[in-house]
Structure formats: structure tokens, C-alpha cells
Design a binder for this molecule. Structure first.
Ligand code: ADP
Ligand code: ZN
Ligand code: ZN
Length: 743
């Protein structure tokens, strides 16, 4: 590589411009992405600093016009360097422009002026001030007199607000300043989103034996260099957070920083409270709901070293810490850790990259680990620790599976089975609370049979077909399509249709059956405003309602000790999602939902309604048995060649012109199939799950292979092809590794 690409400034506006320089002989092989470098810039060859963002073998400009790099900026690795290196890695791994990658990792760039606290200070001895006060009184200079009197009263100091309250104007202050009677002190008050709200509390619980073993085991493995990444597996309430804090405390004691990722902004407050109670003021948050100023200040505080623990969703990974000691990813299985815009990075992989660079520890925590993570833990690539059982008195609930096919046979067409309705009646009488959960994830027009419970699936991909507007059923992986059948292909029953039950229907049904019950509903509609989410949960927590009806939002992280019944209204919906993670999602959601019952002293019960009571995801969730689920799921993944057994790369094509898109997609498909030597499996092209969005048509091709490097190689080849071949200007291509959602 003879040429290097640099960016001059890391403020938004100038990111777009990358400049190219020749690498002097002495520096060849010594440069890395992210390094700060010096070079001559502009017409006058002004000395300038910037960062390396990439390399080139051949120049993009006439070689005689390219100047030579001056040298490397001395002095340790800076936070920015690490983040720019991360951007370069993201670009390489996930396929995006460098610009998109830089904007992702350097989100807060614009300086937003901090709130300035102003203090006026007396600059002359008290006696002199006393004389000046007398003089001002004599001359009837009232503002001056008020100011001097206040300064003398305040021991020589007066706050800006106080001066304003005394109606002392700017010119008066300036005159005194010029005369040397007083001086102004300003101080930047950093905006702290949780400033002083939560205090450090003295009590740190003694870890249980299990927690102690987990924390010590992780630390020992890490220190002996056995593992860097760990899976901490344990149900909600098993004490994982205490283990995280124990590991973090040790890193802080060594002068290193911690990043704690949580899946949802909604969980921030409760997490921050726990961490502030343990680590005090040196805890902060970084997320998109903060004002720009607040974000900027957290950024500055982190860089200055006045924060030890940063908490937030996946973007908190981009905190400019000088040295990271530990990264925690709580609820690591959550889809939110995967970015759905380019670069489509996975925060777990990005965290591993950062951890590797800083020699930091990475801890993935979950009650229901993602199949990939569990696979790596079982293969010994990750350290693996488990916490069993809940802390304290709370026990896991009794779970019952109800077969909805039997309800139909018995003539019950209500949304609620007889079992669930009876249990609800019982709890309402006992004045205990109920949660009704409708899992709408993946509700994308599938067709299923109410007699036998089967959904119509693709014979090639074993994922559910989706119903389209023209009445056809289609596979979003391979493009297979059939007309909507009139009767169930499996059992011949005419009760085959799309599934239609929403949270509103459930709420209505509760009111119809139990007119006296007080019902709250939480779904997308009722949580549009920033506060509504918290308001609904608070009201329910205070016992202002008997029943909470909701989507997956209600199953996350909240403890309601008086909830003794959880009803899962239609467990199958997510099972029918048109992607290979459908069973995994279903298992996770059901486990979480069931776990909501009986968090207090009273025992809990859960009722799962389903058309597929024999499905392993439902059976395992009812038994709260992760291992049983994992074994079955891995068989399926292996059989069908899905991750983690095989690696999957989604190639997403979009274009405003449908014909051009089809032509390009076919072309790519043929080119990929011609790559037979590497043993690639190519699926598609097919219409995307969303065939058209904002008048842009979408198609997908999936590629499978056992090794990720092979897929990376293919991706590079495609990228080069699109740069050099005609016809790609109006067709955009994006890549997605082990996709979380159907495109
Ligand atoms: P998780 O993160 O696995 O959901 P937590 O760490 O939040 O579990 O623990 C669940 C509850 O038990 C919390 O209220 C926590 O304060 C409490 N707890 C955890 N560990 C201990 C301990 N060793 N002694 C007493 N209480 C504990
Ligand atoms: Zn059927
Ligand atoms: Zn298919």
C-alpha cells in the first residue's frame, strides 16, 4: 500500500472529504487506521493533523498531485483513534461507506456550549469596598450600592443569578470590572442527565456463593488469558447485575472504565439507579433521547476521565474512554443490539473488537442467550458461567399450556381459553393483578390453520410464507410462491386464514367478560409520547388497574410483586415469523413473559395459549428449560444450514426502477452461483419482506457458507464489481451478516 486516506477534522461537515497522501518509505507498514498523522494541507501547505481512515494501492488522483505525509503524531493512543479504527473495521466487516461508519462511531461532534455559571468576586480589600459603598450611597448610585452591599454580605462573592435578581445590569458590572473593583469567574456546569438524583448507598450486598463463584471464575479465566468474552447465564432476578458490578468495581480500582449496554432506553432509569447507588456520581448515560448539549457534555466528561461507568443502548459503545476495562452487554440476545441501518453492525461483535484492542473483558448476560452465543460458550470459545435460581423467596411460576385447537372443537371462539378465563376470574376475586401478553413481533401476514395449528411454510427454507396484497403466499428467502389456499394443505380444514387479534380486541374482550375489571393497555398506540410508557407502568405498579394488556413492551424488566397471573394470548404469532430465528424469539419472549408472574411473595401462574402445544420452543419455555430449547434449535439450524452452524450473508438490493432491480438481482444471483469452487450456497433472488418502501423496490439474495471469511471475500468481490461495472448507479446494495429481521 503506497497511499493513505486521511480525514482532517472530525466535525460532521468535513467527514465527507477524505484526502489522499503518499506514504513515505520510512512509514510503510507502520500506519494503522485510526492513527493520528501530520501532513501539509491546502495551497500554502499548512501543517495539519488528521486521522488515517484507509489505504490504497493505486492513487485516486494523478500521482504528481499527491503530497507526502509528514509523520505520525506522537503521544499515546487517543480515544478518537480507537473509534476511527472501529469505524474502519465496521466498514470492512459490514460493508458501508467510511463516511457512514465514521458518523456512526463519532456521533457527537458539534460543540454545544455548556451552561455557564457566573460568579462576581470582589477584587479589592473589604475596607476599600466599604469606602466605595459609602461613596456610592452619597452620590445616590443605587445599583452600585446594592452590588457592593451584596458582595460584602456574601463574603466577597455573588452569583450571577443573585446579581440578576438584584437588578444589577451589565454596564454597572463592566464599569467595576474595568476599575478593577471586581472580577468575573465563569465555570462550565456540565449537564448531567441524572445529576444528583441517585446517591451512593452504603450497603453492598454480600454476594451469594453462586455469584462469588461466577465473578471469581470470570476474573481468573480472564487474568490467566483463557478467555476474554464470557457468557453469564441466569434467569432474571438471579443476581447477574450484582456480578457485573463486582467485576466493574475491580476494573475501576485498576483505573479502567466500564461500558454497560442495555437493550432499551426505557430500562435506563432503573439501571442507572442501581449503578449510582454503587458507584456514585461517576456514572453516566448516553442515548438518543438526551438533548444534544447533554450528550456533548457526557462525551467531554468521559474524555476528561470524570466518568467510570457509561450506561446506554448500543451507541454507548462509542464513548470516548481512554482505556476500557470491561464491557457488559445485558440481555445480549436482544435484537436491538443489531443495527438496522448501514453499517449493519452487531454491537456484540463491535464490543469484542474494542475489548480486543484494549485488552478488556466482555461479559454477555442473559436468561435466554442467543443461539450463537450459547453455541460459542458450549464450544469453549467463550467462558461460560451460570447462576441458578432466583435470589430470595421468589420462585419460578407454574406454567400451563392450553391447546387452542381443543377450544375450537369445544365451540369456544373467544380469544380466551376456558382455563385462562377461569384463572382471570379467580385473580380478580382475590384482588391480585394480571398481565395479558400478545406477542406481535413478526406479525406479518402469515396464514395458519385454526383446526390443526399449522402455518403454511416454504418447502425449501422451512420458514413461514407471507401473505401478499395480490393474494399470493411468498417466501422471503428464496422467492417460492403459491396462491392463497382455500383449505389447510395439511388437514383440509376450511378454518385457514390470516391471524387477526390485536391488543385492542383483547382489551375489549376483558371488558366484556369482566365489566368490573380495571384495564390498562400498553402498545404502540398508547405509548406515543415520551412519558406514557412510564406512566402506564407506574399506574399499574401502584395497583390502579387489575389487568395490563400489552405487546412485548410489558414483559421487559419490570417487577410487579402483585402480578400472579400471566396470560400469553397467542404464543404462536412469533413462531410464524418469516425468518429462521422465529423459534428462538418465541422461546425468549415466552420465557420473559412467564417470568413476570410471581415475582413477590405470592406464587405465580402462567397460561400459554397455542395452536402448537407440542412445539419445542413452547414446551421448553413452559418448563423454563433453556438447554432443552437449545438442543432442538441447534438440530434445526444444522439441518437447514442456518447460523450459527453456517454463516449467512444477506445481500439487499434496492432501486426505484423495478425492472433494473430485477435485472441486477438476477445478474448477481448468476454471478454468485458461478462461484461454485468455494462451496457457497446461494438462495434467491427473492422479493424482500417489504417489496417496496417509499417507492423504492427491494430484493434479497442470501448466501450461506460454513466460514465467515469466505463470505467476507465474496462481499469484497461484489463491492469491487459494483465499483467498476456499469449499471449500478441506480441500484443500491447493502450487506447484512446473520440478519436479525427479514429485510
Ligand atoms: P438480575 O440482574 O439477574 O436480574 P439482580 O442482580 O438484579 O438480578 O438481582 C435481583 C434482586 O436480588 C435485586 O433486587 C438485587 O438487589 C438482589 N440481590 C442480588 N444479589 C444479592 C445478594 N447477594 N444479596 C442480597 N440481595 C441480592
Ligand atoms: Zn390444518
Ligand atoms: Zn423458501
Amino acid at each position: 500500500m503506497d497511499y493513505v486516506n486521511v480525514i482532517v477534522d472530525i466535525s460532521h461537515e468535513k467527514l465527507d472529504r477524505v484526502f489522499q497522501y503518499r506514504i513515505p518509505e520510512a512509514l510503510k507498514g507502520k500506519l494503522e487506521a485510526g492513527m493520528p498523522v501530520r501532513f501539509p494541507f491546502g495551497r500554502g501547505d499548512r501543517p495539519m493533523k488528521g486521522y488515517v481512515v484507509g489505504f490504497a494501492g493505486t492513487p485516486d488522483y494523478p500521482p504528481e498531485k499527491i503530497k507526502e505525509l509528514t509523520g505520525i503524531v506522537e503521544g499515546g493512543v487517543q480515544a478518537e483513534s480507537r473509534l476511527i479504527a472501529l469505524a474502519a473495521w465496521m466498514r470492512e466487516t459490514y460493508g458501508s461507506t467510511m463516511n457512514q461508519a465514521l458518523k456512526t462511531v463519532l456521533p457527537v461532534r458539534q460543540q454545544v456550549a455548556g451552561k455557564q455559571d457566573r460568579t462576581l468576586c470582589l477584587n479589592v480589600p473589604k475596607e476599600r469596598a466599604g469606602l466605595l459603598l459609602e461613596e456610592a450611597l452619597q452620590k445616590n448610585h443605587r445599583a452600585k450600592a446594592r452590588l457592593l452591599a451584596a458582595l460584602l454580605d456574601g463574603g466577597g462573592r455573588l452569583s450571577g443569578q443573585e446579581a440578576a435578581r438584584l437588578r444589577i445590569t451589565g454596564p454597572v458590572i463592566r464599569r467595576f470590572e474595568e476599575e478593577g473593583v471586581l472580577r468575573r469567574e465563569t465555570q462550565t456546569a456540565y449537564r448531567n442527565p441524572f445529576g444528583g438524583q441517585f446517591q451512593r448507598s452504603a450497603a453492598i450486598p454480600q454476594l451469594t456463593e453462586g455469584q462469588r463463584a461466577a465473578a471469581d471464575g470470570i476474573r481468573e479465566d480472564y487474568e490467566r488469558g483463557v478467555h476474554r468474552t464470557f457468557l453469564l447465564e441466569g434467569v432474571t432476578g438471579s443476581g447477574k447485575t450484582e456480578v457485573y458490578m463486582e467485576l466493574i468495581a475491580r476494573e475501576i480500582a485498576r483505573g479502567r472504565k466500564a461500558i454497560v449496554l442495555i437493550p432499551e432506553i426505557a430500562l435506563t432509569v432503573q439501571t442507572v439507579r442501581r449503578f449510582c447507588e454503587r458507584f456514585g456520581e461517576r456514572v453516566s448515560v448516553m442515548h438518543s433521547r438526551l438533548s444534544e448539549g447533554e450528550r456533548y457534555d457526557q462525551f467531554v466528561r468521559a474524555r476528561e476521565g470524570s466518568i467510570d461507568v457509561m450506561i446506554g443502548p448500543r451507541s454507548a459503545l462509542f464513548t470516548p474512554f481512554s482505556q476500557i476495562g470491561i464491557i457488559i452487554i445485558d440481555e445480549e440476545h436482544e435484537g436491538a443490539y443489531k443495527s438496522e441501518t448501514a453499517p449493519r453492525y452487531d454491537a456484540r461483535e463491535a464490543a469484542a473488537f474494542l475489548a480486543e484492542r484494549d485488552g478488556a473483558m466482555l461479559v454477555l448476560g442473559s436468561a435466554t442467550p442467543s443461539v450463537e452465543t450459547a453455541y460459542r460458550a458450549r464450544e469453549g470459545r467463550y467462558g461460560w458461567r451460570r447462576l441458578t435460581g432466583r435470589i430470595g423467596r421468589a420462585v419460578l411460576p407454574q406454567v400451563e399450556i392450553v391447546d387452542l385447537r381443543q377450544e375450537l372443537k369445544a365451540g369456544n371462539r373467544s380469544i380466551f381459553s376456558r382455563r385462562l378465563a377461569a384463572a382471570m376470574d379467580d385473580r380478580l376475586k382475590k384482588r391480585e393483578q394480571i398481565m395479558l401478553f400478545l406477542n406481535r413481533r413478526g406479525l406479518s401476514g402469515f396464514v395458519s390453520c385454526r383446526s390443526c395449528g399449522k402455518a403454511v411454510k416454504c418447502p425449501h427454507c422451512d420458514v413461514t410464507l407471507s401473505l401478499h396484497g395480490d393474494g399470493s403466499l411468498r417466501c422471503h428467502y428464496c422467492g417460492y410462491r403459491i396462491p392463497m389456499p382455500e383449505s389447510c394443505p395439511a388437514c383440509g380444514s376450511p378454518y385457514i386464514s390470516g391471524f387477526r387479534a390485536g391488543t385492542q380486541q383483547i382489551e375489549r374482550e376483558v371488558r366484556r367478560l369482566f365489566p368490573a375489571a380495571r384495564v390498562l393497555r400498553m402498545d404502540y398506540d398508547t405509548t406515543r409520547t415520551k412519558e406514557s410508557y412510564g406512566q402506564i407502568l407506574t399506574a399499574f405498579g401502584r395497583g390502579e388497574a387489575d389487568v395490563l394488556v400489552g405487546t412485548q413492551m410489558i414483559v421487559k424488566g419490570h417487577d410487579f410483586p402483585n402480578v400472579t397471573l400471566v396470560g400469553v394470548v397467542a404464543a404462536d404469532i412469533s413462531l410464524y415469523a418469516p425468518d429462521y430465528r422465529a423459534a428462538e424469539r418465541t422461546f425468549q419472549l415466552l420465557t420473559q413473559a412467564v417470568g413476570r408472574a410471581g415475582r413477590g411473595a405470592k406464587a405465580g401462574e402462567a397460561v400459554i395459549q397455542t395452536y402448537m402445544p407440542e412445539h419445542y420452543a413452547i414446551q421448553a419455555a413452559a418448563a423454563q428449560d433453556y438447554g432443552a430449547f437449545y438442543d432442538q434449535e441447534l438440530l434445526y439450524r444444522g439441518l437447514m444450514g442456518y447460523p450459527p452452524v453456517q454463516e449467512l450473508l444477506g445481500v439487499y438490493l434496492t432501486a426505484p426502477d423495478e425492472d433494473a432491480l430485477s435485472e441486477r438481482a438476477e445478474l448477481l444471483g448468476r454471478a454468485l452461483r458461478a462461484e461454485t469452487a468455494t462451496g457457497l450456497q446461494v438462495i434467491g433472488p427473492a422479493d424482500a419482506a417489504l417489496t417496496k418502501k417509499n417507492d423504492i423496490y427491494r430484493k434479497v439474495i442470501y448466501i450461506k457458507h460454513g466460514r465467515k471469511e469466505i463470505l467476507l471475500g465474496v462481499k469484497k468481490k461484489l463491492e469491487r464489481r459494483m465499483e467498476t461495472e456499469d449499471g449500478w448507479t441506480n441500484v443500491r446494495v447493502q450487506f447484512d451478516y446473520n440478519p436479525m429481521q427479514a429485510f
